[in-house]
Design a protein around this ligand. Structure first.
Ligand code: ADP
Ligand code: AMP
Length: 217
């Protein structure tokens, strides 16, 4: 199974991806997570990406396409979920070209729909574990002990780009550059599963699993 998860920042893509990959035995390829580990490792790519990420803009398409196609090629499992990629039409075209060359195709696009008003609270309340990547929320998905990862890794951190100012830039970037990616796939008659993601996390997961099963993906 090869899936793309689309949706605005804070829609719950990472949260739902973790549950999808666990259920179906897929690889989770998150462009944001890969960029953050490149930054932590101090690589050239990480250094180039830094200013774009901190301001809430997009990292240039050529860097992202190479990074994500490389990640897809390196994955050993037969299926994967792309999270946060593609984020522009140029990236979608780059992905299509690489898949076509390899004789592969995406089985479905899961589109998480959440109104802007719900996003700010989700993102400013997000806390992540820098060790294992688990994602929590101070109200909606609390860790067992405040500020600590349930898996015993250590303290949780708040992402630097989850401040109200950067969140507002990221939403603007989403509407200006990323929302059109859905239209790109609609125009290609891709299988699109639209999910109302403005409800509790477990209800969204249930709706995603039901939609995947109903579509026999
Ligand atoms: P994305 O990967 O789309 O940016 P995340 O999965 O990291 O989003 O979710 C952003 C924040 O919102 C996290 O703190 C997460 O716990 C919380 N969250 C995710 N889905 C929901 C939901 N359906 N309702 C409320 N909060 C949610
Ligand atoms: P995310 O973890 O998906 O919220 O991504 C964090 C940041 O990484 C974004 O605000 C962008 O600056 C950058 N980023 C992640 N994925 C992409 C992408 N596909 N294209 C361009 N920039 C990206």
């Amino acid at each position: 199974m090869k899936l793309i998860l689309l949706g605005p920042p804070g829609a719950g893509k990472g949260t739902q991806c973790k549950r999808i990959v666990e259920r179906y035995g897929l690889a989770h390829l998150s462009s944001g997570d890969i960029l953050r580990s490149e930054r932590a490792a101090g690589s050239d790519l990480g250094k180039k990406a830094q200013s774009f990420m901190d301001s809430g803009g997009l990292v240039p398409d050529d860097l992202i396409i190479d990074m994500m196609i490389g990640a897809i090629r390196k994955t050993s499992s037969t299926g994967y979920v792309l999270d946060g990629f593609p984020r522009t039409i140029v990236q979608a075209e780059g992905l299509d070209a690489a898949l076509k060359k390899a004789g592969e195709q995406i089985d479905a696009i899961v589109c998480l729909q959440v109104p802007d008003e719900a996003i700010l609270g989700r993102m400013t309340g997000r806390r992540s574990c820098p060790q294992c990547g688990a994602v929590y929320h101070v109200v909606n998905l609390k860790p067992k002990k405040d500020g600590w990862c349930d898996k015993g890794c250590g303290p949780l951190v708040q992402r630097k780009d989850d401040t109200p100012e950067v969140v507002s830039n990221r939403l603007k970037t989403y509407h200006e550059q990323t929302a059109a990616v859905l239209g790109y796939y609609q125009s290609r008659q891709s299988r699109i599963l639209e999910i109302d993601a403005d409800r509790p996390i477990d209800s969204v997961t249930e709706a995603v699993f039901k939609a995947l099963e109903a579509a026999s993906v």
